[in-house]
Design a protein. Structure first.
Length: 217
């Protein structure tokens, strides 16, 4: 006979497992961002959590799968931000600026995303290529950019030969460089790209650059 409290115990186990996975991913994100894929150690990640190395392998299968899960989560957070963007009611110039600002804010809030993407590029995007989940995620931003570009072309504001992927790359490049190269750029030119006093300057500058490209003759 099944105990009436068995479903409650099952739900508790599910919640505990979810919390354990989330805690492991939190710590693994920090460690991979700090030390890179080769430098991070599963036993160190276990030591920094309330679990064991054996439990990490139980939940994720190994270091490679754990790193892939970290990438899936940080990309997923970006996609969630992109999906929240509502710009269809705006004119094309305001809409593309708003999208650029979202990317700017996200990269600034999540420097670990920039570091992890740098690590993955060093490994030739091998983990991304093997991730079925990331292959399905896509980029909502591309769909939004496509709609903005179409509206801009229709109204005669944007040039006709622009491509959504190119615009996405342009926005991402500026946002990524500002975070990834902050220290080397500062050492070479004595200017902190991430200094709070210059934040709005660079945020506006990004939008201006994108609009200048889209409206160039």
């Amino acid at each position: 006979m099944t105990s009436v409290d068995e479903p409650a115990r099952h739900d508790g186990r599910v919640r505990d497992a979810a919390r354990t996975r989330a805690e492991i991913l939190d710590v693994a994100t920090r460690e991979f961002a700090r030390a890179g894929y080769d430098g991070a150690r599963v036993d160190e990640i276990a030591a920094l959590t309330r679990t064991t190395k054996r439990m990490i392998y139980y939940h994720f299968g190994g270091k490679e799968q754990l790193f892939t899960a970290v990438l899936e989560r940080v990309y997923g957070v970006l996609r969630e931000d992109e999906q929240k963007l509502r710009v269809d009611h705006l004119d094309p110039l305001t809409a593309i600026r708003r999208l650029a600002e979202l990317a700017f804010d996200h990269h600034e809030r999540h420097p670990e995303f920039v570091r992890l993407v740098t690590v993955e590029n060093f490994h030739g995007a091998a983990h991304l290529a093997r991730s079925a989940k990331l292959g399905r995620i896509g980029s909502p931003a591309l769909d939004v950019i496509g709609r903005i570009l179409a509206a801009g072309r229709e109204s005669g504001v944007f040039r006709a030969d622009v491509d959504a992927v190119d615009v996405h790359a342009m926005i991402s490049s500026f946002c990524f460089f500002r975070v990834a190269n902050r220290h080397t750029f500062g050492a070479l030119f004595d200017r902190d790209l991430a200094h709070p006093a210059r934040r709005e300057h660079y945020r506006t500058m990004l939008g201006d650059m994108v609009i200048a490209y889209l409206t160039a003759d």
